[in-house]
Design a protein around this ligand. Structure first.
Ligand code: 13P
Length: 252
């Protein structure tokens, strides 16, 4: 009923030349693996090259952020219209690294999400608790609140283009992974929050990914969970063999 989506988030890695070579290598490895959608979210300067290299393959291309204004005096920022014009289909919004290092808040995440959806982009909305919040037993409240704030004013119709990525911050790039049960439970909390906001049917049809040190060794177990509908993958998306193994796990 809901689509499994395996997405790579390259973060600040790969040049255009490396992007071209990577996709040329990956495409034949994942050809025909159509039980999940395959997305690569790449640095802005790599997008045009990635879109060209992915033409005719089952790989879709996304950005890693987008600004909320249509245009204007925002030095260094990129608008949704600019992304669309070069063939970008997806955009990651609210990644914890943006929140942690670049002052992103639920309010700006919400603005970016609405701007991206209005332009026709598919949004991968990231949220998740930090270590202290999990240790203090308030994970459920934190992710429910983020879900509500980040989606303020997003319509049920627009939600068809929203994927949620549950990324516990303590698991990102640390080699620590949420256990499959923890991932399932917290994705379940997000799904129940969506049901509160939009009704059960929409909640059941929304893709909720897990992200945080997902790799070729743990993907199958995580993806087997009922509330985990895919993965947002950092480090392991930079190696074609590891990324392919995760996609394979989603196709078995
Ligand atoms: P890692 O897979 O490197 O832990 O990164 C996860 C992530 O932040 C994906 O957005």
């Amino acid at each position: 009923m809901r689509r499994t989506v395996i997405a790579g988030n390259w973060k600040m890695n790969m040049t255009p030349a490396q992007t071209k070579a990577f996709i040329a290598e990956l495409a034949p490895m994942v050809a025909g693996m159509d039980k999940c959608d395959i997305v690569l979210c790449v640095p802005y300067v790599d997008i045009a090259t990635a879109v060209e290299a992915a033409k005719g393959t089952n790989i879709k291309i996304g950005a890693e952020n987008v600004h909320f204004a249509e245009s204007g005096a925002y030095t260094g920022e990129i608008s949704a219209k600019m992304l669309c014009e070069i063939g970008t289909e997806y955009v990651v919004i609210g990644h914890s690294e943006r929140r942690q290092y670049f002052g992103e808040t639920d309010a700006t995440v919400n603005l970016r999400t609405k701007a991206a959806l209005a332009a026709g982009l598919k949004v991968i909305l990231c949220l998740g608790e930090v270590k202290d919040e999990r240790l203090n037993g308030i994970t459920d409240e934190v992710v429910a609140m983020q879900t509500k704030l980040d989606l303020l004013g997003v319509s049920a119709e627009e939600m068809k283009n929203v994927i949620i990525a549950y990324e516990p911050v303590w698991a990102i790039g640390t080699g620590l992974t949420a256990t499959p049960d923890q991932a399932d439970e917290t994705c379940g909390v997000i799904r129940r929050t969506l049901a509160e906001l939009y009704g059960i049917e929409l909640a059941e049809s929304t893709t909720i990914q897990y992200g945080g040190s997902m790799n070729d060794g743990n993907a199958a177990e995580l993806l087997a969970k009922v509330n985990v509908d895919g993965g947002l993958i950092g480090g392991a998306s930079l190696k074609t063999d590891k990324f392919t193994a995760i996609i394979k796990a989603a196709n078995s």
